[in-house]
Design a protein. Structure first.
Length: 224
């Protein structure tokens, strides 16, 4: 496939009522399409790790999810457990209330979690739906100062997911010092391509297979 679109996808399943057979399917599809990673809730990390052995697919989980309203200690502890159970990447929700109070503790929290992650990838979710444009810019800089690897738009549990406007602001603020992940509401190949062309390095979606099928159709149509 053109540009290996599959290699920027985090195929995601974070529903509260997720059952084991759904994780089985998520991991099987990720192996088939060679998505970069799957993202699951912490309770499924150990289970998913066993399924993904030898597939080349990374395992991502969430911390402080979906509200970010846990303490630094709790986020660090969650991260330690997740890594011990096999997580390759951590998507952590920023403490948005503390950020809005301009508390330096947000930077120290990100640094503390990144320290536990070590060489593993840390993505910080800033929940752009709850921020104005200036706050989005500031949040990107906070993530840079916190040594995060990625800044991520959304949990998928707020008022809306990622928008192209969000990505434009984040790209301008990032100065190429941090990568960007778009997530939340990415449901179609056209949305995927729009975000890809806007310069994101990763896209999180619970519609990964559908998007890949649509991309294949678009590619086939172009070659007629």
């Amino acid at each position: 496939m053109k540009l290996e679109y599959n290699r920027i996808i985090d195929s995601t399943l974070l529903k509260a009522d997720t059952l084991p057979h759904e994780i089985d399917a998520l991991c099987a599809d990720a192996h088939k399409y060679q998505f970069y990673a799957v993202c699951v809730n912490p309770s499924y990390v150990r289970y998913a790790k066993n399924i993904l052995k030898g597939t080349g697919v990374k395992l991502c989980t969430v911390v402080g999810f979906p509200l970010g309203q846990t303490t630094q200690r709790q986020k660090v502890y969650e991260t330690k457990i997740a890594i011990k159970e096999g997580a390759d990447e951590i998507d952590m929700v920023m403490n948005i209330a503390e950020f809005k109070k301009r508390c330096a503790c947000v930077i120290s929290e990100i640094r503390a979690v990144k320290k536990v992650c070590g060489k593993r990838t840390l993505k910080v979710i800033i929940e752009t739906a709850l921020l104005n444009q200036d706050e989005i810019r500031d949040a990107v800089n906070v993530c840079i100062d916190g040594n995060a690897d990625f800044v991520k738009t959304s949990t998928g549990f707020s008022m809306r997911g990622a928008s192209l406007e969000d990505i434009t602001i984040m790209r301008e603020a990032s100065g190429n010092l941090i990568k960007i992940k778009a997530s939340g509401g990415v449901q179609t190949a056209q949305q995927f391509l729009d975000f890809f062309n806007a310069g994101v390095s990763r896209i999180g979606t619970s519609n990964a297979v559908k998007i890949m099928e649509e991309l294949h159709k678009l590619e086939s149509h172009e070659h007629r």
